[in-house]
Design a protein around this ligand. Sequence first.
Ligand code: GCV
Length: 697
Amino acid sequence: MNHLKLSTSLFFLLFSLLILNAQNGHNVWLQNKKAKTVNVVSSKESPTLNIAKNELNQGWLGTDGATITLTVKRNKSLKQDGFILNENGITANTDLGILYGTFELLRRQQTGESTSNALSIPSYDQRILNHWDNPNGSIERGYAGNSLFWRYGKDSLTVTDSDIKLWQEYARINASVGINGSVLNNVNASPMILTSGYLQRVKAINDVLRPYGIKTFLSIKFSSPSLIGGLETSDPLDKNVIKWWRDKVKEIYTLIPDFGGFLVKASSEGQPGPQDYGRSHADGANMLADALKPYNGIVMWRAFVYSPTDEDRAKQAYTEFAPLDGEFRDNVIIQVKNGPIDFQPREPFSPLFGALKETAIMPELQITQEYLGHSTHLAYLAPMWKEFLESDTYQEGEGSTVAKTTDGSLFDQKLTAIAGVANTGLDDNWTGHTFAQSNWYAFGRLAWNHELTSEQIADEWLKLTFGPFSLENKNYDVDFDEQAWNTNFLNPVKQMMLDSREAIVDYMMPLGLHHIFSPNAHYGPGPWYGPARARKDWTSLYYHQADSLGIGFDRTPTGSNATIQYEEPLRSQFNNIETCPEDVLLWFHHVPWDYKMKSGKTLWEELCYHYDTGVHKVRTFQTIWDKAKPYVDHERFYEVQTKLRRQARNAIVWKDACLLYFQEFSNTPIPYDIERPLHNLEDLKISTMKRPLDYNN
Ligand code: GCV
């Protein structure tokens, strides 16, 4: 071997070692690749097209030396930023369409799908991340470090080179899955966000995000006119208030001409809103919409409203919003959480979907795992979101799925959108848990195409994140045995992902149980939580209603009658204990402990087996992952392995806590073929109040 060859080999060895060591997940599903040469021809230049060219040069895995043409021209079969891939290249109506087509092309090269004759059009026009980031850098319900956008301290508003680099990486990741909007701050908004220093920083962020096609939005505090504007009121019908907002909007658009608009949490969980002044949600939303209209800005007005009245919390959003249908401006869209309560591991869909026929409405999903084990438990959420999007509302007859009632295909919505509460932060791997990256990915993919299956998305994500093309994964540099990889890694790990959400439902709250967490952190179990002085709808006792007769919330006409908000035949189906789907049985019914389930078991036994199954599933995940070791770099392997161990311990705590506590009401033994509890209820009551929940560890 001559000197040159030797030093080149040494260089590559060192290089791969360095890269290997640096595998901290920061590149998410956009792993560095050994690209081949490609000749990219484009009829025009623009910052967005330059990004597309760069991506092709860095990631081309097709024929070496191929020529690819990027063509921006009007094509009637394409809506907005859709694109067509064919043998010669990418065609789109817009530069951004070319960028999306580029990412699709490169993705297909890696996953082995055909790269020719594909036409792709987004399901929703606006595909938006909601960041619950506070101006001091903390993140509400964030489990992956501090904010990417805001920080604490006296230089907090200075824009540094590392800020810009990070925002650019963030924008690239989002664009790669078609996300085109970011709300940069918490819906529990500080009024400070609308002051000049913060707006300057929003402008800086927007400048970085723009070429990647991402619009910025802000959450606003409804009482800003009085809090920072010196006005005596924030009444939306007051002329000074109207003027204040108009001026503020003008100031924003002068700085950021392509600003997206506002997200508003108003008259909700103590946040100020129009109801403080005797006005309606429509009055509040329309006033802001009028101010934004001249600039094409929009208002996303949240329907997450409930107050401590006697009315069932699950009914309140519908009660407040259904009568307002048709009263909102056409640049207002009502943002509704997928379920009627709050992002629980399983909820039926919110009855507002489909109920507003003359008002644009958008789903809000939660990517961050507030109620699904934070960034410790492995939960792939696409199955949960698909279950929701495919739920039939029956609003316009059979087949009126949530997807269709929101994507403009059933109702003539001028605006269509979908939001996901982000799980990103300053952690090296962005999301805390490596597998939580799959939820960021899945949200973007489903927002772009809600017809994709959970399996397909998991398959793509695994191939891109851990697959053979990644430079980081030295196992495949030499010789890649695809069959072995599929059998030993891809298929079992994909199955683990697909089963992971249901495992959590099983060991946390099966059969329609909901919100029985220990308070505040929403991490560990707290089915016993219900101090006499606590707000009733913030206690677990309110939600499970366990007593000596049975368990569950009666939402039929003999109870809160929440079922009336659903269209027939769903309403009757939910009302009848025999036809109500068992996975939401305790959501709708108070069921006797000895009620015979479809399996032939009593309700109590069925509950016990679900908790036990959940624990067993996590133990299976551990085995799958341990076997995957040869196929994963050290850092990500051990991170996931450690977290699965903790998840397994936590699952046992959940099972023991819930079964021992509910047994006090059922007065029946836990079936003897189920492993005996490892904990005492009294100890659990003390320890699970805290996070981290690592009893005895
Ligand atoms: C941002 C739940 C969460 C809150 C969140 C709220 C909302 O109550 O626990 O942290 O506040 O939902 O979506 O507004």
